[in-house]
Design a protein around this ligand. Structure first.
Ligand code: SF4
Ligand code: FES
Length: 252
């Protein structure tokens, strides 16, 4: 039997044991994720770091699942050095598995700050810029949160054109047509929700009234816009093809 010190407390243990095993059997809390009593330790997750004082008197962090006890070993399980090590270890794990509740819960328990959960948006602002500069509506904007910025509903009224969704490089903006209503959303944030208009040709619900008004406002003089304004893209195409064919017949 040998004696080591953990958090200023003398603990008796067997030669060959690891610091983590000794801590566990003495109800001393050290976080660990890749340790399993039936398997050899691997040192993969790195969250079990503890502070020891080396022979030269320098404080250093070692992985408690790999560190074997030796007489006089002095271990600290929660020092500023350990906390920094833990922070880095948890952030590294979180980046690999952001969906894992166990990692998030454990990080929270050990007062580790994790970065915001990835939301599928790369903050390129393409959606905001196209809505502002081309559609000229300004239905999206960036909002500052405690630790980040994110795309939210802007000051302008969304017309439901879906240009933001088409231009978004990650596909995180959703356009959903259901029960004759179009919803534009980013995760649980609704950007716009508008009723759909019926195509006068085939009867399908194809665009929002606000969008159609916007198109006729932007292109008031264009004859095709006037003619096909209440037709869906498929019917517009059919009409154009028919007009071209008729023109060709007249020429003959
Ligand atoms: S929602 Fe899409 S387009 Fe908008 S900033 Fe995020 S990634 Fe870019
Ligand atoms: S428990 Fe994973 S490195 Fe020690």
């Amino acid at each position: 039997m040998i004696e080591i010190i953990i958090n200023d407390r003398a603990v008796v243990c067997k030669e060959g044991q690891t610091v983590l095993e000794v801590a566990k059997s003495n109800d001393i809390d050290i976080p660990h994720l890749c340790f399993h009593p039936a398997l050899k330790p691997s040192g993969a997750c790195r969250v079990c770091g503890v502070e020891i004082t080396s022979n030269t008197g320098r404080q250093t962090v070692m992985l408690s699942c790999l560190l074997k006890v030796k007489p006089g070993l002095n271990v600290v399980t929660d020092s500023p050095l350990v906390q920094t090590h833990r922070q880095n270890a948890f952030v590294r794990l979180y980046r690999m598995a952001p969906q894992a509740h166990r990692i998030r819960d454990m990080a929270h328990r050990y007062q580790v700050d994790l970065p915001p959960e990835p939301d599928g948006c790369i903050r390129c602002r393409l959606c905001i810029r196209v809505c502002q500069d081309i559609v000229k509506v300004g239905a999206l904007k960036m909002e500052k949160t405690d630790s980040d910025v994110r795309v939210v509903k802007g000051n302008g009224q969304c017309v439901g054109c879906g240009t933001c969704a088409n231009i978004c490089p990650t596909g995180i903006i959703q356009v959903t047509d259901q029960d004759n209503v179009r919803t534009i959303s980013i995760q649980d944030r609704i950007i716009g929700q508008l009723p759909l208009e019926r195509c006068e040709g085939c009867g399908c619900m194809y665009a929002t009234a606000d969008f159609l008004n916007r198109v006729s406002h932007i292109n008031p003089e264009h004859p095709d816009t006037k003619e096909h304004h209440h037709l869906c893209p498929a019917c517009t195409k059919r009409m154009s093809t028919r007009a071209t064919t008729e023109k060709a017949h007249i020429k003959k």
